[in-house]
Design a protein around this ligand. Structure first.
Ligand code: SF4
Length: 77
């Protein structure tokens, strides 16, 4: 299993809560209702990627820590 590094761009986050609903072991809303990652390993990789895809603001980025490859959003070619 790849080791993922997930980040939230808080300036893009519109506090929809979708990521928290999908992966409550990874994301939580901070005091300003912006999502943050509190546990990088709080859900299986496919769930973390699904949460990133579900974000309506495209605020979540997932990188494979070992290879440095960006998994989501897919890098532009
Ligand atoms: S799904 Fe996106 S917009 Fe919604 S809370 Fe999570 S990061 Fe913010």
């Amino acid at each position: 299993m790849a080791k993922l590094m997930t980040t939230v761009n808080k300036s893009k986050c519109i506090a929809s809560g979708d990521c928290v609903e999908m992966a409550p072991g990874v994301f939580q809303l901070d005091s300003e209702e912006k999502s943050e990652v509190y546990n990088q390993n709080g859900a299986p990789d496919n769930v973390i990627l699904a949460a990133a895809r579900t974000c309506p603001a495209k605020a979540i980025t997932v990188v494979d820590e070992e290879s440095g490859a960006q998994l989501f959003p897919a890098p532009k070619k």
